[in-house]
Design a protein around this ligand. Structure first.
Ligand SMILES: [Zn+2]
Length: 284
């Protein structure tokens, strides 16, 4: 919790940021689309607002299915802000998060509960960004501080969703990611799952060199998390799929990641799971 005291400079600064987030940037024109779970606002045109809201609403069913939600468990709509230009996005992210995020296609700010992105003219990529960042927003509503492997693994899993009517087709392997992981495994440079699953957010984002030239340990962590989620959901017709929901429920019940981990995976079975996962990834 933040204790704001009068006369405190950083508190004033924080107040200014909250006013900006709450009131939104000063846009000369604004388009809005409200749906069952989302409010999308943009200084782009109505088509852009509609596109983002429609894509988020359809992937929402995929998120909810993954955790087998029965009813509509979400009580408040998610805020999504879409900038027409990258410049506007960078300026806003600098003002509200302290980082200009010039490399980013979008982000989810957990402090302000908002998903922010810019109108990437490559709209397939824009949609993939929505699916990925939208998952972070979704999960944060139900669980704060979910383990990073779980959060990033699932976000990447949803990122590449394709559609057969209303049905999401998930888990299409990304050949670049997969090739990188397979080479990392061949070089014996992978991070043991037991370690990966216990990394803090900061440790996960480790910028030291990874297995291959030009890559970082964070790249290894991302790709392993993605593949482990993929394995849990898809291996052997979903043999381990229930682990995802069990882990989620344990976290939601207030267990810390270590307790949730023990509860879901047990002690003895884990090395065996790691071996099966490696075999699965190598053969994908
Ligand atoms: Zn992410």
């Amino acid at each position: 919790m933040l204790n704001i005291q009068p006369g405190n400079q950083s508190a004033q600064n924080f107040h200014r940021i909250l006013t900006l987030v709450h009131g939104g940037p000063k846009w000369p024109r604004k388009s809005t689309r409200k749906t069952a779970h989302y409010v999308v606002t943009t200084n782009g045109n109505q088509r852009l607002a509609d596109l983002c809201a429609r894509e988020l609403e359809r992937i929402y069913r995929g998120y909810a299915n993954a955790f087998k939600f029965k009813g509509d468990e979400q009580k408040r709509k998610f805020n999504v802000r879409v900038f027409a230009t990258k410049e506007g996005f960078m300026q806003y992210s600098a003002q509200t998060t302290g980082k200009a995020l010039g490399f980013a296609l979008g982000y989810y700010a957990s402090s302000y509960k908002e998903l922010v992105l810019w109108h990437n003219p490559n709209e397939d990529q824009l949609v993939n960004t929505l699916y990925h960042e939208g998952f972070h927003q979704f999960l944060d509503y139900f669980i704060s501080n979910a383990p990073t492997w779980f959060n990033e693994g699932l976000a990447q899993y949803f990122e590449t969703a394709e559609w057969k009517g209303r049905q999401a087709v998930l888990g299409k392997p990304d050949r670049n990611k997969l090739g990188y992981l397979q080479r990392t495994l061949q070089m014996n440079r992978s991070v043991p799952l037991k370690k990966l699953l216990r990394l803090s957010h900061q440790q996960f984002m480790d910028q030291r060199p990874g297995a291959l030239a030009g890559s970082t340990m964070a790249n290894v962590h991302y790709v392993e998390s993605w593949s482990f989620i993929h394995f849990l959901i898809d291996y052997n017709k979903g043999q381990y799929r229930k682990v995802i929901r069990k882990f989620y429920l344990a976290l939601k019940a207030g267990k810390n990641p270590d307790q949730a981990f023990e509860e879901v995976f047990g002690k003895a079975s884990f090395l065996r799971i790691e071996k099966v996962w490696k075999g699965y990834v190598s053969a994908l």
